[in-house]
Design a protein around this ligand. Structure first.
Ligand code: ATP
Length: 923
């Protein structure tokens, strides 16, 4: 361990902010870039040691912890006891190979999940060289000035140097569940961690307010680093599907064991067979029939789904979400930034003397201002010097604001909230510089914007008088204003007139803010009550935030996939409906507001929820109630969230989705999935991927089980009939190993069927293996069984009883027949009988090629013949095997065709002939 970790840290909590800054050679502008680099080299990255995963040897040993391995080990010892030393060694060898394969596959799946956790690394807002920037929290160094606000996870131990109503949840550190109030005043040296109110500790969550803090410790030297290690990354919970498969697998294994024992007993008693031989037959039956490869293949399928989703910007935090995604029937989505681009541009400012249009789109501070008369834009730009009211409005918009405009590599960017950024850009278009204005009018106190409060207030020194500046949602602010500031001084506020201005802007889909002010001589600290009354309204500003193009396409996709998109926004109802219409939502004539939701009982909400797709002025508690109401209808819901208070709704939803860019750490922790690009279309993409994964798992299972079924039945029938075994235990082991690790895996790579988003969502309660699939398993088991027996008896008859040759032919028939059935299995109901169906999948043909190469080695290599008792086949045998395999393929295709017919023009996915035609064409 690093020696420096034993140093006793200075009592940062007992010294004033200035002294702390001095000791770390920092200041309000933070450290310089060079200093940061030096300190990073000296102190190391701001990382907690990750807990080690399971060590490799433990993972390897765990491979032996299953029924099949135990049976095989017993069989190996028994073979030795019966004098079959070669068999014993071969079984042991195969056991080791199976363990190794399982070990490697599991390692790959774990690696896939581990690499995802790197994508979840947190960011921190720092001030370096006097400039604010967003950096990886990993690169923080002592002396950095960090800005934290509600929802953030504190990235390092901080001595607070400025705090506004800061409250943090320190449960992770102290176990205290109530949030703790923070301030900048030093405390006594000896106080406990939980009472050091001027410190914010790494790993705790800011639940309210905002603060600037000086980083005093990073990485393992933070308080949390000293006591424990925080784990971040994908939680590898067993998914419901895996549990279902495990359970079913155990029951199946026990049944098979019982059947094997009974069959062997029957052989001994009825056919007078030797006990040793019957024991080996029972082992063979168990080995042949137990689908041991299945859980591993399903795990790999899920892990591959996680990787595929990550490539499309959806980062899965909890593995079960991969399955649940495929069953989602409703997506509750935030509007701003998810359905829209969150690139706000101020387009209209409405002052008491009338509206003004602003030119330009985006963050580039270029554009003129034009007066608007009855919707017509006056072509001559306004003379800004003469327009005092407009300049004042823009100035207030910049002061009551935390965003910064920066030019980086010739492009303009906003640091901070885009809504606020739009106001900074608008002011810059009028030549007003935000840093200069903020320098001239010192901010003395602030109430930060919170969705629940719907406004932000700041206290400034304007010409020596403390002045309160407020900006926020107009419907809220209008209730807080009693006058309006006109050209000729203050006038009484006409509520109806301003409501109609608000309506006019909102119905164009603009997000509207109101600005107001109030002189408060003698005031030094702000309270809510100061801001919430006797304000003087300055005007409204309408911000354009266009829908994302890809969200429009995704909404359309949802509709054909039987998924309901629902918008929940903090914005005004009229704005929300206008945007919902632009996005192509189904029901936009009505929007329910947060107030209306509050007035409804849970039952009433349940009865209206199916008729309303737009919820406005809604807060996190409303989100929770909406999810619950939809779940009461049996809906499987995804819910997006970004704020600190969205936690309960995200947890309650079947899949909680946090925003990767705009989202707070608190929201990410509560979510099952994080969107790296905050994009609604990404959720729909993940659903498509989830459906594909589930589909492929069903295909894999339907493919694998018949091989087991056919082998098990073949041995059982042989023993019951008192005949020769068509394959030995060791050969059964070989078949399972080869088929499971090569052929079965290929289906996990299958891409989505073209109609995957034209099906209704899957019923979450439906069994994985429904009647249709069970039928398919039995049907193909019998087909393969027929192939194996025909081949076995034919070769036995024609070769004058060469048992080894006959078994070789039977094993090759089984594996080649399975390979043919693999092509059938690419589509459960749709036809594989087309160029695309036959040759469309590379993995399938690579797997078939690999299996054939293995089979040739198995059949012809002398050492294989010694181990497995195989024998060289002649051309006639291969011809017969090939014909048998083609026959199996054709018969399964005929069965699919008959089933499609039986469903009266609709296949088992419930899609009609048009969808099937598209499907066929796409292939
Ligand atoms: P969505 O839920 O669609 O993402 P949102 O969460 O961004 O919307 P809020 O942030 O709660 O919605 O905003 C609600 C209203 O509050 C906005 O319509 C706007 O009028 C006002 N508002 C938004 N951001 C600010 C801000 N930074 N300062 C003051 N008022 C704001």
């Amino acid at each position: 361990m690093d020696e420096r970790q034993h140093d006793t840290p200075p009592p940062w909590h007992a010294m004033g902010p200035d002294e702390a800054l001095q000791r770390l050679d920092s200041g309000p502008d933070g450290v310089s870039h060079e200093q940061a680099l030096q300190r990073l080299a000296a102190h190391g990255p701001n990382l907690l040691l990750q807990a080690e995963g399971r060590p490799w040897w433990k993972r390897l040993l765990e491979q032996f912890n299953n029924i099949l391995m135990v049976i095989l080990l017993v069989a190996s010892v028994a073979s030795l006891g019966l004098g079959h030393a070669l068999d014993a060694a071969a079984i042991l060898g195969v056991v080791l190979i199976i363990a190794l394969i399982g070990f490697v596959q599991e390692g790959k799946a774990e690696h896939a999940l581990d690499s995802i956790s790197d994508m979840l690394s947190p960011k921190a807002n720092v001030v370096r060289d006097g400039k604010r920037r967003l950096i990886d929290a990993e690169t923080l160094v002592p002396g950095d000035i960090v800005l934290v606000e509600s929802g953030d996870r504190v990235p390092a131990d901080l001595r607070l140097i400025e705090a506004h109503r800061l409250r943090t949840d320190e449960a992770a550190l102290t176990g205290e569940s109530e949030p703790v109030e923070k301030s900048t005043a030093p405390v006594d040296v000896g106080v406990e961690l939980g009472d050091r109110h001027c410190m914010a500790y790494a790993g705790t969550i800011v639940v309210h307010g905002m603060a600037h803090g000086l980083v005093v410790a990073t990485g393992a030297r933070t308080e949390i680093g000293r006591i424990s290690e925080l784990l971040r990354g994908v939680e590898k919970l067993k998914t419901p599907l895996l549990r279902q498969i495990d359970r079913a697998g155990r029951v199946l294994a026990l049944c098979i064991l019982a059947a094997a024992a009974l069959t062997a007993a029957f052989g001994v008693i009825v056919h007078d067979q030797p006990l040793g031989e019957m024991f080996m037959a029972a082992v063979g039956l168990a080995v042949a029939a137990i689908p041991e490869g299945l859980p591993a293949i399903v795990t790999i399928g899920l892990a591959m789904g996680v990787q595929a989703m990550a490539r499309r910007n959806a980062i899965i935090r909890r593995l079960p979400a991969v399955e649940t995604l495929g069953a989602i029937s409703t997506i509750f989505s935030d509007k701003t930034g998810t359905l829209t681009r969150n690139e706000m541009t101020a387009q209209v400012i409405w002052l008491p003397e009338g509206p003004i249009a602003i030119d330009g789109v985006g963050y580039e501070p270029q554009g003129d201002f034009h007066a608007l008369r009855e919707g017509q834009r006056n072509p001559t730009p306004l003379d800004l010097d003469a327009h005092h009211a407009l300049r004042h409005f823009l100035k207030v918009g910049v002061l009551c604001n935390d965003a910064e405009l920066a030019e980086e590599h010739g492009r303009y960017r906003i640091h901070g909230d885009p809504t606020e950024g739009a106001l900074v850009v608008a002011a810059a278009k009028a030549g007003l510089s935000a840093p200069a204005l903020r320098g001239d009018h010192n901010r003395q106190d602030a109430i930060p914007f919170e969705s629940e409060r719907q406004y932000m207030a700041t206290l400034h020194d304007v010409d020596g008088i403390p002045c309160l500046l407020v900006k926020g949602a107009p419907d809220r602010l209008l209730t807080m204003c009693h006058r309006v500031r006109g050209d000729q001084g203050d006038m009484p506020l006409e509520h109806d007139e301003w409501q109609s201005h608000l309506h006019e802007l909102s119905s164009q889909g603009l997000r509207v803010l109101a600005l107001a002010e109030r002189a408060l001589p003698g005031l030094a600290t702000l309270e809510d009550e100061h801001a919430e009354q006797e304000l003087v309204l300055l005007g409204l500003v309408g911000l354009l935030d266009p829908p994302r193009e890809e969200a429009i396409a995704a909404v359309k996709q949802c509709q054909s996939a039987g998924i309901r998109p629902v918008m929940i926004t903090g914005d005004h109802a009229v704005t929300a409906r206008a945007i919902a219409t632009q996005l192509g939502f189904a029901q936009t004539e009505r929007a329910l507001s947060g107030h209306e939701i509050e007035a409804l009982s849970n039952d009433d909400l349940k009865s209206v929820i199916l008729d309303v797709d737009v919820y406005a002025r809604a807060s996190p508690e409303h989100k929770l109630r909406l999810v619950m109401a939809m779940q009461a209808h049996g809906g499987i819901c995804a819910m997006t969230g970004d704020g600190v208070n969205d936690g309960p709704a995200l947890k309650r939803a079947d899949v909680g989705v946090a925003m990767g860019i705009q989202g707070t750490e608190a929201a990410k922790q509560a979510a099952e999935m994080v969107l790296a690009d905050d994009n609604f279309a990404t959720i729909v993409g993940a659903i498509r991927e989830g459906r594909t994964v589930y589909d492929n798992i069903r295909k894999t299972i339907t493919f694998l089980l018949p091989t087991n079924g056919a082998q098990g039945l073949a041995i059982m029938i042989a023993v019951l009939a008192g005949g020769l075994l068509p394959l030995t235990p060791l050969q059964a082991l070989w078949v399972n190993m080869v088929v499971a690790v090569t052929l079965g895996l290929a289906l996990a790579f299958e891409s989505a069927e073209p109609d995957i988003m034209q099906r209704k969502p899957r019923d979450p309660d439906a069994a994985l293996l429904d009647l249709f699939l069970l039928w398919r398993v039995v049907f193909v088991s019998l087909l393969l069984l027929a192939g194996v027996f025909s081949m076995f008896t034919w070769v036995l008859d024609t070769s004058a009883g060469e048992i080894e040759l006959a078994r070789s032919a039977a094993v090759n028939m089984l594996i080649t027949g399975s390979a043919a059935y693999l092509i059938n299995s690419r589509f459960l109901t749709a036809s594989s009988f087309s160029l695309g169906g036959l040759f469309g999948s590379r993995p399938v043909w690579i797997a078939i090629g690999a299996v054939m190469a293995l089979q040739l080695a198995w059949t012809y290599l002398p050492f294989m013949q010694v181990i497995f008792g195989s024998a060289a086949l002649g051309p006639a045998h291969w011809l017969a095997i090939a014909m048998g395999s083609v026959a199996i393929f054709v018969v399964v295709e005929l069965e699919k065709w008959a089933l499609r017919r039986l469903h009266g023009g609709r296949d088992a996915h419930g899609r009609g002939s048009k969808a099937r035609r598209d499907h066929a064409e796409a292939r």
